[in-house]
Design a protein around this ligand. Structure first.
Ligand SMILES: *Cc1c(COP(=O)(O)O)cnc(C)c1O
Length: 397
């Protein structure tokens, strides 16, 4: 089929939530390169929104998925499951957590985290469930995760919210002090707000939240759906610098290397709030998804993390140089590892630049206010980065 036919079917039959999509349909990929229906090549700096960590057509990944698909795809959680047990062990060991639950998406992993925190509060005898989240956050599209998302435009039509949420601006220490008290069930944060525009939290702000959570016996839920799986140069964002001590960590996006899977990890003292029957999933933790995730997790080894840090530093240095050279165009450079944002000034539109870059064969994202977002596959190279920046320089004159 050609793009016109595909577009016609999409516009007639798909719900209009994605509106007019970017005018490209990809047919296959190789490494960090995607090819469209016209055979045109693109270098990918989006990775299916921070999902395709190993890029496309990774030989070992394909072999693993093919072998697992041929052997067994799904049997339900009534039964024991070898890939699930092995992935549970691998993720707990890598994260320092004690237990895991597998879901099918990021929102579902966060939904599990919110239910778990609510269950723990319930068992403590707390009648109301008060949660704290950050303004400009993004935690998903289910009703509870929409409530956690501190952006009015996302949840206003769907109110009332699930549970009581107080939203504090990122890095607002006094706001956070006012928000957390003995009635707080949990605080949910992203270490770097992804969809919100690639905004990292200050270390002191995170320390303060940890401290307030400890003092008030509230749980700290860290949403690592985007920052996890090596994205920032450590296996988890929580493992940067002196470390963040989360009670619950959620993961998804890159976890399955492109196959849908989400994970909610927790410390034993928290996970034990759940009893048999309190939560579940038909698809969650199926053999195919777990085998894909186990393979992907194994590939995020020290060598890969070093590579992510090295390329991330290089990429950021080049972007900062771009800011110094084109101050009329670049307002800010933010992020860590291979999760970077380039905020443009009012003279330029991030969505327009994204479209022009796409025409020129570069796939980038946008996030938050007028910000270009780069979350490439980890196999991206320095020459790929140089080519993108060369194209950017021309567009931002
Ligand atoms: C993408 C994302 C989600 C939602 O994940 P889905 O798989 O789309 O449900 C939640 N939190 C963060 C931080 C994300 O980046």
């Amino acid at each position: 089929m050609d793009l016109k036919q595909i577009k016609q079917l999409d516009q007639q039959y798909y719900m209009p939530v994605f509106g007019e999509r970017l005018p490209v349909c990809f047919t296959h990929g190789e490494g960090a390169t995607l090819f469209d229906t016209d055979g045109k090549k693109y270098t990918d700096f989006l990775a299916g929104i921070a999902v395709n960590a190993l890029g496309y057509s990774d030989e070992g990944f394909i072999k693993t998925v093919q072998a697992q698909a041929a052997q067994l795809i799904h049997t339900s959680n009534y039964f024991y499951n070898e890939p699930q047990a092995l992935l549970a062990e691998a993720l707990c060991k890598k994260s320092g957590m004690d237990r895991v639950f597998f879901a099918n998406s990021g929102a579902e992993a966060n939904e599990c985290a919110i239910k778990l925190a609510k269950m723990r509060a319930y068992k403590k005898g707390m009648k109301t469930a008060n949660f704290v989240a950050l303004k400009n956050s993004f935690h998903g599209r289910t009703l509870a995760t929409l409530s956690a998302t501190g952006q009015d435009k996302f949840h206003q039509p769907f109110e009332p919210c699930t549970y009581n949420w107080t939203y504090v601006a990122a890095n607002d220490q006094s706001g956070m002090k006012d928000a957390i008290n003995a009635d707080t069930c949990a605080v949910m944060i992203e270490l770097i707000q992804g969809e919100g525009g690639v905004h990292p939290l200050d270390a002191e702000f995170i320390d303060l939240i940890e401290d307030l959570c400890n003092k008030n016996d509230a749980l700290l839920i860290v949403d690592e759906i985007q920052t996890g799986m090596g994205r920032t140069g450590k296996f988890l964002g929580c493992q940067q610098a002196e470390g963040v001590h989360a009670d619950i960590i959620t993961m998804a996006k890159a976890l399955g290397g492109g196959i849908p899977i989400g994970a909610c990890l927790a410390k034993e003292k928290v996970a034990s709030a759940f009893s048999p029957g309190d939560h579940g999933s038909t698809f969650g933790g199926g053999q195919l998804a777990c085998a894909a995730a186990l393979y992907t997790v194994k590939r995020i080894d020290d060598k890969m993390l070093y590579h992510i840090t090295d390329l991330g530093n290089y990429f950021k240095t080049v972007l900062v140089a771009l800011k110094d050279r084109l101050p009329h165009a670049v307002a800010d450079v933010r992020g860590l590892g291979l999760m970077l944002g380039l905020e443009l000034t009012e003279s330029f539109s991030a969505t327009k630049i994204r479209s022009t870059l796409l025409e020129e064969g570069f796939i980038v994202g946008t996030a938050g206010a007028n910000t270009l977002r780069f979350v490439p596959p980890y196999i991206i190279t320095k020459p790929d980065i140089d080519e993108l920046v060369f194209a950017l320089v021309k567009l931002l004159q």
